[in-house]
Design a protein. Sequence first.
Lengths: 176, 529
Amino acid sequence: MMELIRWVAGIAVLLAVATIVGALSQFPVAAEDSEDAILRLSWRVRSQEVGECPTRGRDDLDQLPVHMRNPDACVGPLPAYDLQLRLNGELHLEQVVEGGGARGDRPLYVLEDIRLPPDTYRVEVTFERRPDPGDDEGIDMGRALSVDTEASMGSRTVTLVTRAGDTGNLELRRPR
Amino acid sequence: MVTPVQTAFGMLGRGLSRLDHVFDRLYGSRYNPLYQSGPIAVALFVVLLVTGIYLLLFYRIGAPYESVARIDDQVWTGRWIRSLHRYASDAAVIAIAVHGVRMLVRGRSWGARALAWVSGLVLTGIFLLIGWTGFVMVWDVQGEALAREGARFLDALPIFSEPISRTFAGEQPLPGAFFFLNYFLHIALPLGIALFLYLHVSRLARPKLLPPRRLTWALVAGLTALAVLWPADLAPRADPGIIPEAIPLNWFYNFWLPITWRMPAWAVWLMGGGFTAIAFLAPLWTRPPKRHRPEASWVNERHCVGCEQCFFDCPYEAISMMPRTDGRDGLVAKVNPALCVSCGICSGSCAPMGVGPPDRRGRDQIDQVRSFLSERSPASDEIVLVVCGLGVGGRLNGEQFQGAWLYSLDCVGNLHTSVVEFMVRAGVGGVMIASCPERDCWNREGPAWTEERLFHGREAELKERVDRERVRYLNIGAADRGGLLVQLREFQDQARERAAADREEDIEIDTECEIPPHEEPDLKRGILP
Ligand code: SF4
Ligand code: SF4
């Protein structure tokens, strides 16, 4: 009799452990309580406009390791950019974006997630080069990136503002 | 002074012993899975390799989720093999956690065992990494959440000029290189497991890498049944355009996700780094103060005859045999103190009593038993209960337990059989040796060698002349007082019957030839006839 009880208890414990393993292997957890939508700003700009690009002479090049012998010696950090986001005409985000990397000489990038209640919004984004304090009036600041459009943002959806593959300008679309 | 850590470990240790006891009763000590946590983890790793090879045949880097969904559609094979792969990895996490906690609570994490502890932590880390890459490979909502969280942590480090998180922003479809990297790591990291497993057991003699066959098959059968009856769900596909409300989470690997979601990345690094540092530094904070650390074994070369038995018996390969330098022929045993954990198992292996930790060599044990017998004077119908201080003996206080005299050792594996012979020849009613369950010895091989020395002629064996009726050996869990009591009562009854029979014989002898009292040998003072 005791042996039978032991067997039954042994199997019951085994079943209980198996059930715990099965349940904890896939027990759902609430990932996000809010019903908000996300407007995601994400793009990368490889700016050509750098501080100075003097051409290196033969002597200068000979001093450098072979793999670094580029005659166009562009130096200095990339210029900073102004990022502005307006929602329904109101300024929602304003940022200065500087070049990436420790020396600020890597491509610029933008990555911002903005949580919004689900609704339809007029979205205006501009991203343009900041004038340096020493710049003369009327200097060519290069092309600004911008988008101005209406977007309907559903609950728990992500709308992406990024650069269009063909034009390079900003566009709103679904992430992929 | 007892530190709070020791107090906590003591309480945890008692809890574990109780759990051990329950499992002992259910499955017997030989098949108690709690005693086999390390080997079970290895067995499950083998299951993961076998099932993983099948899954890799069907996995496609170019269409990760779709290929896993296709595997899941194979109702007769793929679905349960994938589920078995998942459940075996979950069970392995449990086994690893149990193994780690047991080692920590028992103070088996410092000194010569530090290498095993540290390599065990690295193994755990690799195991988790393999698991995480496996979840990401599926690229369902859980895999995506893991990848995003991982990227967020990496972005907090000042080493990348662009955030890794942009990869998952949805500007471009995820590059194949990302899935290839995961795939590669998932396959390559198990090689790291093999390497660190080798390191993990490198200081052990005769490491037991797998549990007993019946337990292994029972585990595989149980997990397969679970996989067939309750296949692991395939969560919805990852979609960068949707914020999922809930994620089916694997709590064995990803229990931390709900915590870190709400924390800044730097705080996660701080917390994770803190826990990791505490774990890796355990060899320092778990070791006892210097004055309480047991000393390494040593060899008295005058007594050593070079029989090599201690060399064979040492569970930690701390003894080597060297040519003698004292003018005598042959070999002599040498202990490497850096490898010796002071388990004392060599004390019981040496017939000439030439080796062992200080105060625990055979000769010391004879001195100790002599004074024990002269102080306690056990009667001819009384039992001496030899207990392991690390096992059931650690929970028995006082001089006696249910009428039996307690004789406690650091580990029963230390027991020199001459001690048993000394007790029996001194006239005690019986000697009961209560050892830990074989697979639960803190010093690995104490119970196995002790039983062989007592009953199967292993050096230093209990001599033939000792009446085996008066010697009882049993394996008993630390919390199994009830089991001990049942066996003790039975042995006590036998001892009383034997003593009564002896008295009757004495009466007959007395009638024929009376010995004057002053000529009787005084056994209780340790003077052998
Ligand atoms: S068991 Fe004793 S005699 Fe034999 S090798 Fe070891 S120390 Fe020497
Ligand atoms: S006490 Fe003896 S058996 Fe134990 S590790 Fe040291 S040398 Fe080996």
